[in-house]
Design a protein around this ligand. Structure first.
Ligand code: FES
Length: 593
């Protein structure tokens, strides 16, 4: 069947093509390269799929087209590449009509969503940033919901690495932030999440599945067993126990209780990362669907059982045995919680946070006990801990070494994870609450140990009621100045003042958060920057535009400003992919005066 002429463009006469060997068809569509080779005619996108170099300048030999920029090679007939990093070049239909060469000017796929889903799988499998970027862009253009893309990437990540890792944490953190992002940033967020999962899986041993037990032990026994296997570092046993709890239909609250109890057998394990990863796995399931629980949740067990607890660290044992103090307090928790239950609605979160920043560990734990006795629920304690940890970051003194930012960061993101998990088990039984609170005690001691970071403390702008009138007043001007500050090194204090100015004038916190997200997404951000942003936004959401909320966003901003700018190489890849997908002639644009 002959297609309608309007879909085709005349490339030229067949004799002319035979004489010249190649022709390029320009128009409102992408430039199309038409090649005559050994009696056959082929038509391809003239822009190299790698970086847009005109393929008309390439060479053809033995049915292979070689781009003359980075020498990627393509099968002329199919457009498939021999060099995976370059991606396949799209081809289009050719018709010879009365010795004229006509080419179809569209490159569409019959099922774009399925095509780009397949390409994403390829990009992830071979860790190809450009292919990943195009596949994410292509799926979004085909109106695939962002959470479906998150699901594809998450499931790739859990199957192709023996354990939860940094990549899946970044993916989940960014997926959590999607509702706060403008549409144009969603592509970038998904690209970063996917590329980091691919990096994380590259060269790794794929995961081997384990099976649940054939029996049906009661949830209390499973919880005890998971503690036991964690203590003796028996991974296989721990995974089978957890799988059995999942197979028994344990609710997210019960599973959180079970895992949090096992995790807090050790204090602040792996500087908080182990608990943070567990929390992120739960959040990932919220995003992609709990039907994937048995596939995804056991991936956190390997790190949990192997993690190094703070009790193995000298700083936690001397000069004060903080582990013994925590244990002593934990022993009192059942009685304290029973006393506090049924008392008035407790709301002294900021005051408790200030107490947690003290310099006497026994008094800090006493403050927690008093809070429980007077009605603070476990999630209230988590909220105070997270706010106290944010204040530690917000007051981080500039005299500290740069690497010390990570000590402040670890406590904050751990505290946020404890808070989120305690909120999740609010409906669990009393026993679960007791064991979960150990995470707060450990977090409080980790916060205590970082007190040196605030000596002397940095001043938090806006706390003295100052108007910061040397800064712009217009909302967009403030946000532009903030991005400008992130463009330069060591602008920690200026960035904090701009955030205080923005919030102090009552400008939109959502717009400010979108700007902070943009500042992170344009960088080759480190793992901690994503964690910091997401934890900060989550904590801010709980407080709103209050003094506490301002402190939290200032903490996030100061951390991000201390780690900006970077080379922005990933942004360049994302931009190349976006322009290629939108039909731009990159090379011609680059050559334009
Ligand atoms: S190989 Fe063609 S632009 Fe790089």
């Amino acid at each position: 069947m002959v297609a309608p002429n309007k879909e085709f463009a005349l490339a030229g006469g067949l004799d002319e093509l035979k004489a010249k060997g190649r022709l390029v068809v320009h128009g409102r569509h992408r430039p199309i390269l038409v090649i005559y080779d050994r009696g056959r005619v082929f038509a391809l996108d003239n822009r190299c799929p790698h970086m847009g170099f005109p393929l008309e300048r390439g060479s053809v030999e033995d049915g292979i087209l070689t781009c003359h920029w980075h020498h990627a090679r393509f099968d002329l007939a199919s457009g498939c590449t021999f060099d995976l990093w370059a991606d396949d070049v799209p081809t289009c239909l050719v018709e010879i009509r009365n010795d004229e060469v006509w080419v179809k000017t569209t490159f569409g796929h019959t099922d774009p969503a399925a095509h780009w889903c397949h390409r994403l799988a390829d990009g992830l499998a071979h860790d190809l940033g450009l292919v990943i970027a195009k596949a994410v862009h292509g799926q979004l253009a085909a109106r695939v919901p962002p959470h479906d893309i998150v699901r594809q990437v998450a499931l790739f990540g859990v199957h192709n690495r023996d354990g939860w890792g940094v990549g899946l944490t970044i993916l989940t953190a960014l997926a959590n932030l999607l509702p706060a992002l403008p549409v144009e940033e969603v592509y970038l967020a998904l690209f970063h999440g996917a590329r980091r999962v691919a990096e994380d899986c590259d060269g790794e041993t794929p995961r081997r599945e384990r099976a649940a037990l054939a029996s049906q032990p009661d949830p209390a026994a499973l919880k005890r067993w998971l503690r036991r296997w964690t203590n003796v570092r028996h991974r296989e046993a721990a995974e089978r126990t957890l799988l059995t709890a999942i197979a028994a239909g344990g609710s997210p609250a019960v599973l959180t209780d079970t895992l949090l109890t096992a995790e807090t057998e050790r204090a602040f394990a792996d500087t908080g990362h182990s608990l943070d990863f567990i929390n992120k796995a739960f959040e990932c399931l919220d995003l992609i669907g709990w039907e994937h629980g048995a596939t995804l949740l056991p991936t956190v067990v390997g790190q949990m059982v192997a993690a190094r607890g703070a009790e193995e660290s000298t700083a936690w044992r001397q000069p004060v045995d903080l582990v013994a103090l925590c244990q002593n307090t934990a022993n009192q928790l059942p009685e304290l919680l029973a006393t506090g239950r049924g008392t008035h609605r407790w709301s002294d979160h900021p005051a408790l946070a200030q107490e947690l920043l003290g310099d006497d560990p026994a008094r800090i734990l006493d403050a927690i006990k008093t809070a429980i006795r007077t009605g603070a629920a476990p999630a209230d304690l988590g909220r105070s801990l997270a706010y106290g940890a944010a204040l530690r970051v917000a007051r981080f003194g500039n005299a500290n070494e740069h690497g010390d930012w990570e000590a402040a960061h670890h406590v904050f993101t751990y505290a946020n994870a404890v808070h989120q998990m305690l909120k999740r088990i609010e409906t669990a039984n009393t026993d679960g609450r007791v064991t979960g609170v150990r995470g707060v005690l450990h977090g409080a001691m980790a916060l205590y140990l970082t007190r040196y970071l605030n000596v002397p403390p940095a001043r938090i702008p806006g706390d003295g009621g100052e108007q910061l009138e040397d800064l712009p007043a217009d909302a967009e001007a403030i946000r532009a100045a903030l991005l400008d500050a992130f463009d330069r090194q060591r602008q920690v204090d200026l960035a904090a003042r701009l955030v205080a100015r923005h919030l102090g004038l009552g400008h939109s916190p959502q717009a400010l958060i979108a700007t902070l997200a943009h500042a992170v997404l344009r960088e080759d951000a480190g793992f901690h920057a994503y964690q910091m942003l997401e934890a900060g936004v989550r904590q801010f959401t709980g407080w709103g535009n209050t003094s506490e909320g301002r402190h939290i966003l200032i903490a996030v901003t100061r951390y991000l400003a201390a780690h900006s700018p970077t080379e922005r190489a990933a942004l360049q890849t994302a931009d190349i992919a976006r322009r290629l997908m939108l039909g731009g002639e990159l090379h011609r644009e680059a050559e334009a005066p």
